[in-house]
Design a protein around this ligand. Sequence first.
Ligand code: NAP
Length: 202
Amino acid sequence: MKILIVGGNGKIGKKVSAHFSKKHEVIIAGRNSGDVSVDMADSASIKAMFESLGKVDAVVCAAGEAKWADFSSMTEDDFYIGLKSKLMGQVNLVRIGKDYLNPGGSFTLSTGILADHPVALTTSAAMVNGGIHSFVKAVCLELTNSIRINAVSSGLVEDAVEIYEDYFPGHNPIPMKKVVNGFVKGVLGHSTGEIIRIYDNC
Ligand SMILES: NC(=O)c1ccc[n+]([C@@H]2O[C@H](COP(=O)([O-])OP(=O)(O)OC[C@H]3O[C@@H](n4cnc5c(N)ncnc54)[C@H](OP(=O)(O)O)[C@@H]3O)[C@@H](O)[C@H]2O)c1
């Protein structure tokens, strides 16, 4: 299987890439590293990436940014960071990428626990994650050629604990193996329109 992994060199992406590389052809995409260059916040860049790659069997996204800050300080432009990158970036990966997926292919997107259990400073990140959940449930009804779509919604992952643990009091970190398995379910499973939730103690 030829699997494109956007963000395949990030904390989550590198574990997902390592797993799939054992049995599949993996192509890593990112702005600053990887096999192919893409800025998912720019639809022209997404189109150029798919044109250079040709057809793939699966698209995994382990990328997408949103601004974390207290709501009282958030400007309209601050919200557009998450809307352009994590939300529309992933919507555009699907909107454009569906024409480059082989029949029976799949999209596996990334959201996160904030959609269901937000913490302070995450009005933008939580909103964007929730929007992607609704997008996945709606677009699965319209994708053709047996193309599937799911989203992996994980809690704080073990490899990112040092960065984020102060924001998630009382949360049990998610082992990387469990997160990777969420993406395995998305790519190799048969479900579509599923939000693959990987939470602990929420
Ligand atoms: N960390 C967690 O605990 C956690 C939990 C649940 C959900 N998530 C979500 O999972 C995703 C990955 O998280 P992570 O912690 O692995 O992040 P990360 O370590 O920051 O890695 C993100 C990767 O995505 C790439 N990237 C970022 N913006 C991009 C863009 N506009 N276009 C193309 N590539 C881009 C980066 O590479 P370049 O810099 O080269 O572009 C980087 O390799 C995020 O959406 C995050 O919200 C994370």
